[in-house]
Design a protein around this ligand. Sequence first.
Ligand SMILES: NC(=O)c1ccc[n+]([C@@H]2O[C@H](COP(=O)([O-])OP(=O)(O)OC[C@H]3O[C@@H](n4cnc5c(N)ncnc54)[C@H](O)[C@@H]3O)[C@@H](O)[C@H]2O)c1
Length: 326
Amino acid sequence: MKNERIVVTGSAGFIGSHTVARLLGQGACVLGIDNYDAFYARAIKERNEAANRAAAGGEPGRYTFIEVDIAEPDAFAIAVESFRPTGIIHLAAKAGVRPSIDDPPGYVRANVVAVSEVLEAAHRLGCSRVVVASSSSVYGDTSPVPLSEDGPAVDPISPYAATKRAAELLATTHHHLTGQPISCLRFFTVFGPRQRPDLAIAKFMRRIDDGEPITMFGNGDTSRDYTYIDDIVSGIVAAYERTPAFGFRVWNLGSDRPTRLDDLIALIGEVVGKAPVIEHADRQPGDVKQTWADLTRSTSELGYEPKTPLRVGLEQQWAAARENAG
Ligand SMILES: NC(=O)c1ccc[n+]([C@@H]2O[C@H](COP(=O)([O-])OP(=O)(O)OC[C@H]3O[C@@H](n4cnc5c(N)ncnc54)[C@H](O)[C@@H]3O)[C@@H](O)[C@H]2O)c1
């Protein structure tokens, strides 16, 4: 990574900040881009950015940050031009399935228009590769499990999922027209320190610790392939390294260990050390019934190998949450 100059978008976010730290640790120069989208507290994102600066260890030029809205016409290209990037890891997005149902245009702007801006800039600036964050949600509820990249993924059931699939299609077209090497990474529910506060694990930990009830949507039999952040970042870095060899490729990054919601809640209770108080509610529109990654392709082509068991990752996340709470 020593000669790489990498733009990481969404650098103030959960996955972005961990990615920046890993890249800096491997010797790359990094430019972080984020607009501090109001989806969750700016203070959390500023803390993530402070961690990014710390990871650069004060070495001049190793890490720079620019606050910019990528969906504004040409704003991204102008912001990154003088950095002369060798590649881009595009993680910025409005994430979150349920909120997308109330704001489809906002999601299209942040997750589709922004991707288009990034791809155009990458081509114009001669970047050797672009890695784009996608999501397991593109598989919808009709794809057979384990979910394989070979499936059609034509039935997304939320605006968020539809924007992620649209971004993949834009990337395919862009590669076809320009030859730009691009990969799209379908992340499966990522967790660990700095997890987005809207996500179930972070929310459940807070509420169980406060003795407040948590809402279990459905009867507990939905399941997710929870994937630890360090494993995801290893997959992102491997994809960055190998994208030029593939031209265009989609890779699943999951854990291949689906866990039922009721089992997850019980496990979080054990990690937090308190019995969860559960309130029941109907399954939410937009939520898929199950995710489970087929890792055949990412294992053989990226050497991707998720290592962190769910309990160990939950313990790490809980320890970090307590440290942040002071
Ligand atoms: N966390 C997960 O479980 C998960 C699962 C599947 C896919 N993903 C994808 O991974 C990526 C990172 O997710 P995350 O969980 O770290 O989310 P996050 O919200 O913590 O990070 C995303 C960052 O993008 C920034 N952003 C949003 N719109 C922007 C814009 N127009 N211009 C500049 N910056 C903008 C936000 O301010 C935020 O800091 C996203 O693309 C998300 O869709 C995440």
